[in-house]
Design a protein around this ligand. Structure first.
Ligand code: GDD
Ligand code: MG
Length: 382
């Protein structure tokens, strides 16, 4: 019997078979489903023009990091459960062959929720073992070890669990001493443990058939609590690998910086790590300081003496001389005027921030908005 509170060393004999590469036409033993149909409301206004998993993160759409990790685990057959702005995914990834994947898309005309999204792809599922991923998680977990836990425990569902300092924003998932899940409490204000749902599940295909079809279903609020009340075997795989849900501006900024600095692993990036990442066609003037995992997008311009610390500058944005941008995202083609101060802020695509403006603490500037010079200040000097 394996307990999953500790990370069990896995020998090569224990490992589940490498899934066969589906490019050959053979049917795979494991398929992956990635849920990418959410509206990404907490990342507005950036998600008004692009779905959350397609926002650039260290130079590629966020989803590329997750897909590369799936591919690295030897899984090639991947279905994206899309809804909101579905066409953006297929236009970018096509059949997935550039990433070494066989990628297919199943689109919900009305969002069906996380459980409904999983049920909705059932027709595409031929393998017995189905890995399901929330599409907004940046992680370093070895996917094959989650599969191994599933294989060894013989559970109906295995879920990846991590420990966080504040579990209230997540699904709280206590387990017993054998690693078996005892409850699933989505976003509770009174979490009994700091162990949470990390957003990766292994389902037996037959279990997905039990999810009600044709209506919105939350896997977290409906399916898992029901399975547990019926005494089904739901198992936890706990580890201590890097993990972050990228769903808020704060997490997006920190996750991006962690990728740039190599703190968050990604097979999509290789060894290009450092204090900053400047993409081709971008201009950085002498005297500009780029630190803290700052990323500068293609064709962006950074003026003299600008200071960027943990900044995410999308393609074509302009940061003028002496401006300071800290832990903030500057959208496509936006401009930050001379000596402006931008801290813990999201600036929408094409917005124009006048000289010496100060935007702090969770400010969100909507796309195209123009703030005049000195237009918003926290200090009283002029
Ligand atoms: N296809 C589809 N349809 N996908 C959806 C839908 C839908 O209606 N709604 C949400 N999704 C996708 C989102 O795009 C995202 O990738 C994933 O499902 C999870 O949705 P979030 O909105 O990011 O959920 P969360 O972060 O509040 O909580 C979830 O993730 C946490 C871990 O990151 C829950 O699963 C929590 O229990 C978990 O702790
Ligand atoms: Mg999320």
């Amino acid at each position: 019997m394996v307990t999953t509170r500790k990370v069990t060393p896995v020998t090569s004999e224990d490992r589940v078979d490498e899934p066969r590469d589906d490019q050959s036409g053979a049917s795979p033993s494991v398929q992956a489903v990635v849920l990418v149909g959410g509206k990404g409301t907490r990342l507005r206004p950036l998600t008004l023009s692009a779905p959350k998993p397609m926002l650039p993160t260290a130079g590629v759409p966020f989803l590329t990091h997750l897909l590369s990790r799936i591919r690295e685990a030897g899984i090639t057959d991947v279905i994206l459960g899309t809804s909101f702005q579905a066409h953006v995914f297929s236009e970018y990834y096509g059949d997935g062959s550039k990433l070494g994947l066989r990628l297919r898309y199943v689109t919900e005309t009305e969002p069906l929720g996380t459980g409904g999204g999983i049920r909705n792809v059932l027709d595409e599922l031929t393998a017995d073992t189905i890995l399901v991923f929330n599409g907004d998680v940046l992680g370093g977990t070895d996917v094959r070890e989650v599969l191994n836990t599933h294989e060894e425990s013989g559970a109906d569902v295995t879920m990846h669990l991590v420990r966080v300092s504040d579990p209230r924003a997540f699904g709280c998932v206590p387990t017993d001493e054998t690693g078996r899940v005892t409850a699933f409490l989505e976003k509770t204000q009174d979490p009994p443990t700091d162990q949470i749902n990390a957003g990766t599940y292994v389902f037996r295909r037959s279990v997905i058939e039990e999810i009600p079809a044709g209506r919105p279903v939350s896997v977290e609020r409906e399916v898992f609590p029901k399975f547990l009340s019926e005494g089904r075997h739901v198992h936890g795989h706990v580890d201590h690998a890097y993990w972050r849900d990228m769903g808020t501006p704060d997490d997006f900024v920190h996750g991006s910086a962690d990728l740039v600095r190599g703190i968050a692993p990604s097979p999509a990036l290789g060894d290009r790590h450092g204090e900053s990442l400047v993409h081709e066609g971008a201009g950085v003037a002498p005297g500009a300081v780029l630190i803290g995992g700052t990323v500068v997008g293609r064709g962006a311009e950074i003026g003299p003496r600008a200071r960027l610390d943990g900044a995410v500058i999308f393609d074509g944005a302009v940061i003028e001389a002496g401006a300071v941008v800290e832990r903030s995202i500057v959208g496509f083609g936006a401009r930050v005027g001379p000596r402006a101060l931008i801290r813990d802020t999201v600036i929408g695509d094409g917005a124009d921030i006048g000289a010496r403006c100060e935007l702090l603490r969770g400010a969100r500037v909507w796309p195209g908005v123009q703030l005049p010079d000195n237009g918003i200040r926290f200090s009283t000097d002029v």
